[in-house]
Design a binder for this molecule. Structure first.
Ligand SMILES: *Cc1c(COP(=O)(O)O)cnc(C)c1O
Length: 710
């Protein structure tokens, strides 16, 4: 992402938020006006902690997740910080007599899990529970349900907090809260308070939904005023048991965050750590100020004057945090910046180009025809997660995969659109097809009957064989197709066929394609309107749309075109669209060595140096998907913009290139497939050199290659 475009507003607000938390614990305006202090510390400052939760949610919670590594890393980090903070405050706890209390063990457990072992530390366990809970909820049930559940929890919390006065009047409800308060002193914790803000943060990140600045500001001003009135009323009627939670805090935080999202620029990540240290250390600084004031006999000035007290505590906390951060940066064990994903060989994808291609293809299709993105085989090697999520976010609603397992993976990532399984699935997995809401291709009549007998209702598209003779029911038998429609457990949602030579402009191939089309539409005509009601028809894949754009169907199943490459170089098509390549395959020079004239390199001694040579070893082999047929003179790579030849046989995990005529060094990047504009090492030209087409080259890229989004 462009530096200037990042969410700097969120970073910068961390500092005032941390100072607001200090205000809660020092009541700065107490000397001036009690109401003023209430408004500052019990109302305005109550936005600080929800802001921190939302920020974590914004970067952590998403409907789309590949796995839980990010969540695990977050929890680990917070637990480490919590551990350190607990240790830091042990002396204070000793001084307070904390360890002398009755029932120490149960209380200690309760404090560690929910209340914090010193008052402000509750925030850390609440972050852990809140994040984990919100994460699973959003993942399993989606935002709508997650909002309902977390808002209900928040409302439950509300009646144990600001609205307790009402709950306390109803004995049964009072009893419920009585039980609750035995486990947690307050309801502003990781179950009732934090989750809704994590969910809200994740929602704002995922949906990308933004109000205008003006609307956000007015929304914030209005909801803040409402919250203020709410708080003053509750305060006036002495309803509050505690004062962290208000009804209008929810819209207030929503609009505040919307306002902050408008301020873009370079992120200042350091402010995250600085504000966290301020947050953790300020109670210590309150004690320090009191001690110093006592020693210097200036208590009336530094402690009794709450405003001055606040300012001094803030200054000390900020100073401590800055110094601690500087010292940490200077003396912490320096790990070299290292990107594990690009240490060996990797796939680099340009999602802007992917979005662009999807738009271009949609524009080439009839208005009521939809793009069905073919993301089988890890999205032709581009990374199924990255590709499908990007496409769904840009509005693609239909996907196609080759196997049921690929479909299930997409569902687990959070993809909601239709997913058509193009290939055969064992009928005994009918239950899974239903569970994951996948659409199965009926590969022939007996398959459809067997699937029907499983007793589970399955969504299906009927495939028609119009001449490819691979999968499908014969085009000559509309009566069989009608029988499938009558099957009890099969819900036919579509009918399709596949064209076997739509990539060719040769007259013979064109006439065969026309025959296929005639057969397909002949069959659909024979079925008639009643059968075709609500049934989607599709015949074109990438070359289908490029060579036969006039066909009018419900879907185009585009694979290779979506990835912006042609199957072969200079493939002439009827439409020439501005499609841009998405994928580059890159590797790194890990070793440079000199080879004397006459020495050989690699298996079978296929390369013999004709001069004293310098060779580079790249950690990329046929197990990574580099075709072995690129061995010797067929293959080349780009290093520092210069094309150098592959020498000897490509091994399973390595290959060698001749760099005698270059300045290449260890650590240099090498490009094996290039997504650049000129055709050098384009997927189709590399594929052609290897004796294949780009579809095969890309889909065989090895699973051990990390996908890096550019
Ligand atoms: C793979 C596949 C496609 C996509 O083909 P491209 O030529 O990559 O667009 C479409 N339909 C079916 C049935 C497929 O198997």
């Amino acid at each position: 992402m462009n530096n200037k475009n990042e969410f700097a507003g969120i970073d910068y607000f961390r500092l005032p938020a941390a100072l607001l938390v200090i205000a809660i614990h020092t009541s700065p305006l107490a000397v001036i006006s009690e109401t003023g202090d209430f408004i500052l510390t019990r109302v305005a400052a109550r936005t600080a902690v929800p802001f921190f939760f939302m920020t974590s949610g914004f970067f952590l919670i998403s409907r789309y997740t590949k796995d839980y590594t990010k969540l695990a890393a977050f929890i680990k980090k917070i637990l480490l910080i919590y551990g350190a903070a607990v240790l830091l405050y042990i002396p204070v706890n000793i001084y307070n007599g904390y360890f002398l209390q009755k029932n120490l063990l149960p209380n200690l457990i309760k404090d560690l899990v929910s209340d914090g072992t010193l008052y402000h530390l509750w925030y850390l366990p609440a972050s852990v529970t809140g994040a984990a809970f919100a994460w699973y909820l959003v993942k399993k049930c989606g935002y709508f349900t997650a909002f309902i559940v977390t808002v209900l929890l928040y409302l439950t919390g509300l009646f144990g907090d600001s609205y307790y006065g009402i709950a306390a009047r109803l004995p049964a409800i009072k009893g419920f809260y009585g039980l609750l308060f035995q486990v947690s002193d307050y309801t502003r914790n990781g179950i009732f308070f934090a989750p809704v803000f994590f969910v809200l943060g994740g929602f704002l990140a995922d949906s990308g939904y933004r109000h205008t600045l003006k609307k956000s500001m007015s929304g914030f001003a209005a909801s803040f005023m409402l919250m203020l009135m709410e708080a003053l009323t509750l305060h006036h009627f002495r309803m509050q048991r505690h004062d962290s939670m208000y009804l209008f805090l929810l819209p207030c935080m929503y609009f505040l965050f919307q306002v902050l999202l408008h301020f873009r620029g370079k992120r200042l990540k350091r402010l995250g750590m600085i504000s966290l240290v301020i947050y953790i250390i300020h109670p210590m600084m309150i004690i320090v100020v009191r001690m110093i004031a006592g020693l210097l006999h200036v208590k009336s000035l530094l402690v009794d004057n709450s405003l001055l007290h606040y300012v001094v505590v803030c200054l000390l906390s900020v100073w401590f945090s800055l110094v601690a951060n500087l010292l940490w940066e200077k003396y912490s064990p320096k790990k070299k910046k290292h990107n594990k994903n690009t240490e060996r060989t990797w796939i680099e994808i340009n999602l802007e180009n992917l979005e662009h291609n999807a738009e271009v293809l949609k524009a080439a299709m009839p208005a009521d025809c939809e793009l069905m993105a073919v993301v089988k085989a890890h999205a032709y090697g581009h990374g199924d997660f990255e590709t499908a999520v990007c496409l769904e976010k840009t509005g693609v609603r239909a996907f196609a995969v080759a196997t049921i397992n690929e479909g299930i993976r997409l569902r687990k990532y959070g993809i909601r659109g239709e997913i058509l399984v193009l290939g055969y699935t064992d009928v005994c997995r009918a239950g899974e097809l239903k569970k994951y809401g996948l659409i199965q291709t009926l590969v022939d009549f007996s398959y459809a009957s067997a699937l029907n007998e499983q007793g589970v209702t399955v969504w299906a598209h009927i495939k028609i064989d119009t001449g490819m003779h691979r999968l499908g029911m014969p085009w000559e038998k509309p009566s069989d197709v009608k029988l499938v429609f009558a099957m009890k457990n099969i819900r036919v949602l579509g009918i399709y066929t596949h064209l076997c030579c739509s990539d060719s402009r040769e007259p013979e191939d064109v006439s065969f394609t026309e025959i296929q089309l005639k057969r397909f539409f002949g069959l659909t005509d024979a079925l008639g309107k009643t059968f075709l009601k609500d049934v989607k028809l599709h015949v074109q894949s990438s070359y289908g749309i490029l060579n036969y754009p006039e066909i009018h169907c419900h879907y185009v199943r585009a694979g290779i075109a979506l990835y912006g490459v042609s199957s072969l170089p200079d493939h002439k098509t009827k439409l020439s669209l501005d499609l841009r390549p998405v994928l580059s395959l890159k590797s790194r020079v890990v070793l440079v060595r000199d080879v004397k004239k006459g020495e050989s390199v690699g298996y079978g001694r296929k390369f013999k140096a004709e001069r004293d040579s310098r060779i580079a070893i790249l950690p990329a082999g046929y197990a990574d998907g580099v075709p072995g047929s690129l061995s010797g003179p067929n293959g080349s790579v780009l290093i520092g913009g210069k094309q150098v030849p592959v020498i000897g046989r490509i091994c399973m995990d390595q290959l060698a290139v001749d760099i005698t005529d270059t300045e290449a060094e260890v650590g240099d990047e090498a490009v094996l497939v290039c997504a650049g504009n000129n055709n050098i090492l384009s997927a189709s030209s590399v594929a052609e050199n290897s004796g294949s087409i780009s579809n095969e080259l890309l889909s065989r890229l090895g699973e051990r290659l990390p996908v890096v989004v550019k």
